[in-house]
Design a protein around this ligand. Structure first.
Ligand SMILES: Cc1cc2nc3c(=O)[nH]c(=O)nc-3n(C[C@H](O)[C@H](O)[C@H](O)COP(=O)(O)OP(=O)(O)OC[C@H]3O[C@@H](n4cnc5c(N)ncnc54)[C@H](O)[C@@H]3O)c2cc1C
Length: 445
C-alpha cells in the first residue's frame, strides 16, 4: 500500500483478510496521533463523510461510528439539523433520515490508523517513501515490488500486489512511462479552487437552533460557500471556499471580511463574537484531476491505483472519502477472485474507474455551471443545469424533493429518483410559471 491516509488504511484493512502480510508505506509519521500531518494538509478543512461512505467504512471497520461518537463526533440530520441557505433562499428544515457524523478529519483518520496499527497482518513503514515500482524482467508487464527510500536497510520490498493510494501527488504515471508502458492521459477541469478554515470555540447559545450552518452559492451568480461545522471538543470548524479565485487569503481579518461577502452574512455575524482556537489555514487546488489508467494499453499485473491518486475531485462536493470506501469495497469483492486467477488487475482497475465515473460526471457537470469552466456544453448538460436549479429551488420548501436530493448526494438513492413524477411535475411547473406569474412554493409540503 503506497500511502497511509484514508484510502490506504481502508484498502490495507480489506486486503489483510486476503493476504498474510500487508505492508503500508507512509512517507509521513503514521504513529502521529495529533493533527498537522504534512501529507494530508486538507485535514484542516471541513470534511463531510457522505452516508454511503459511512456505511461502507463501518462495514470495513466495525464499530467505527461508535468510536467516533465516543470521541466527540456530533450526529446531524442533513435536513433538520442543518440550517442551509442555497440558491438564494433558506431551506425548510425537514428531517431526511440521512445523518452525518461531524468531526475533524484528523479524528477520523486517527481512529482508523489505530485500527491499522492493531492489525497483526499489517506492517507499517512510517516515515518511508515509495520511490518507484519493481517489475519482473521477463514476459508481460508484472509488478514484483516497490523501491523504497534510504530510510530502510533493504530498499527493495517484494510484493504480489501493489496498490497506489498516495494521493493527488502520486508519481505512478511517471513510473509507468519510465517502464515504457506509455503516457498516462490526464484530465484537469480547471476551477481555481481555494479553501480557508479556522477553529473556534462553539457558542452554546446556538446549540438548540442548528448544528450546522451552511451557506451555498447560486452558481454562476455566486462563487463561494461557507460552513460552520461542529467538531469534537465542543468546537466549530469554520470553512469558506470557492471557485475561480473566490476565497480569502489565510489571514484572520481577510477570513472574517470574506465571510461577509457570502450570499447571507449569518456566518460572519456569528463568528465575529466567537473565540478563535487556531490560525486560519488555507488550501488551493487547480481543479478536479483524473488520470486515465483505463487507457494504458497493457496494464501491469499486480498493480492497482485508487483514491485521489486515481481521481481527485473538486472537494466542494464532499465525495473523496466516500469514493475511497467504495473503491476499497471493490477490492474486497475482487481480490479473492484475482488470487484464484479469475480476474486480472486490469479488470479490477476498470471496476475502480466505474466507481468514480458517476461522481466525476456529477462534479464536472456542476463545475460547468460557471462560464469560465472549459468544456463542451451539450444540450443534455444544459437541460441538467436547468432542471437542477429548479430542483434546488424546490428543495427549499418541498419535503420529498429535499429528502430525495439529500439521498442522491449521499449516494444512497439513485439519481433517477429526482425525475419521479411528484418532483418532475413541480420542477417543470415552477420553472415555467414565472413566465405567467408567481413561483409556487410548498410551505406545508
Ligand atoms: C480542502 C479539501 C476538503 C475536502 N473535503 C472533503 C469532504 O468534505 N468529504 C470528502 O469525502 N472528501 C473531502 N476531500 C477529499 C479527501 O480529502 C480526499 O479525497 C482523501 O483524503 C483521499 O484519500 P487518499 O488516501 O486517496 O489520499 P490522501 O488523503 O491525499 O493521502 C495520501 C497519503 O499518501 C502519502 N504519500 C504520498 N506520496 C507517498 C509516497 N511516495 N510514499 C509513501 N507515502 C506517500 C501521503 O503522506 C498521504 O498520507 C477534501 C479535500 C480537500 C483538499
Amino acid at each position: 500500500m503506497l500511502g497511509g491516509s484514508i484510502g490506504g488504511c481502508l484498502a490495507a484493512e480489506v486486503l489483510s483478510s486476503e493476504f498474510d502480510r500487508v505492508t503500508l508505506i507512509e512517507k509521513g509519521d503514521f504513529s502521529d496521533d495529533v493533527s498537522d500531518r504534512r501529507g494530508v494538509p486538507q485535514e484542516k478543512h471541513v470534511h463531510l463523510l457522505l452516508l454511503r461512505g459511512k456505511q461502507v467504512m463501518e462495514e470495513i471497520f466495525p464499530g467505527l461510528l461508535k468510536e467516533m461518537e465516543q470521541a466527540g463526533a456530533d450526529i446531524a440530520d442533513q435536513g433538520h439539523d442543518v440550517k442551509c441557505f442555497h440558491y438564494g433562499q433558506w431551506k425548510n428544515r425537514f428531517r431526511t433520515g440521512v445523518s452525518a457524523h461531524y468531526c475533524s478529519r484528523s479524528l477520523l483518520d486517527n481512529i482508523v490508523r489505530r485500527r491499522i496499527r492493531a492489525n497483526p497482518r499489517i506492517t507499517v513503514l512510517s516515515k518511508t517513501r515509495a520511490m518507484g515500482l519493481l517489475f519482473h524482467a521477463e514476459g508481460a508487464p508484472c509488478v514484483r515490488g516497490v523501491l523504497l527510500d534510504e530510510s530502510v536497510p533493504d530498499r527493495e520490498l517484494a510484493a504480489d500486489l501493489v496498490v497506489d493510494v498516495s494521493g493527488r501527488g502520486s508519481r505512478m504515471a511517471e513510473w509507468l512511462a519510465k517502464e515504457g508502458l506509455g503516457e498516462v492521459k490526464k484530465t484537469l477541469v480547471e476551477t481555481k479552487l481555494g479553501y480557508a478554515s479556522r477553529v473556534y470555540r462553539r457558542r452554546p447559545e446556538f446549540a438548540d437552533r442548528w448544528k450546522v450552518l451552511l451557506v451555498l452559492p447560486k452558481p454562476p451568480l455566486n462563487r463561494a460557500m461557507g460552513v460552520i461545522s461542529p467538531i469534537e471538543g465542543d468546537r466549530w470548524l469554520v470553512t469558506t471556499g470557492g471557485w475561480f479565485g473566490e476565497f480569502p487569503k489565510p489571514e484572520p481579518e481577510e477570513f472574517l471580511r470574506f465571510l461577509g461577502t457570502l450570499p447571507v452574512p449569518d456566518i460572519q455575524e456569528i463568528i465575529r463574537d466567537a473565540e478563535p482556537l487556531s490560525d486560519v489555514a488555507g488550501f488551493g487546488i487547480p481543479g478536479s484531476l483524473r488520470r486515465h489508467y483505463e487507457d494504458v494499453p497493457v496494464w501491469p499485473n499486480g498493480l492497482l491505483v485508487m483514491g485521489d491518486a486515481l481521481c481527485s475531485m473538486n472537494p466542494l462536493y464532499s465525495q473523496g472519502m466516500t469514493l475511497c470506501s467504495l473503491e476499497a469495497d471493490v477490492l474486497r469483492k475482487q481480490i479473492p477472485l484475482w488470487k484464484r486467477g479469475g480476474v486480472g488487475t486490469n479488470t479490477i482497475q476498470s471496476l475502480l474507474v466505474n466507481v468514480i465515473e458517476p461522481a466525476w460526471n456529477m462534479a464536472v457537470s456542476e463545475d460547468m455551471r460557471f462560464p469560465e469552466t472549459q468544456g463542451h456544453r451539450s444540450l443534455g448538460l444544459r437541460f441538467h443545469h436547468w432542471y437542477g436549479s429548479g430542483l434546488c429551488e424546490l428543495a427549499a420548501s418541498h419535503r420529498l424533493t429535499l429528502q430525495t436530493q439529500v439521498g442522491v448526494t449521499n449516494l444512497v438513492v439513485p439519481p433517477s429518483q429526482l425525475f419521479r413524477p411528484e418532483i418532475a411535475a413541480r420542477v417543470v411547473f415552477n420553472k415555467l410559471r414565472p413566465r405567467f406569474g408567481r413561483t409556487v412554493s410548498h410551505p406545508h409540503a
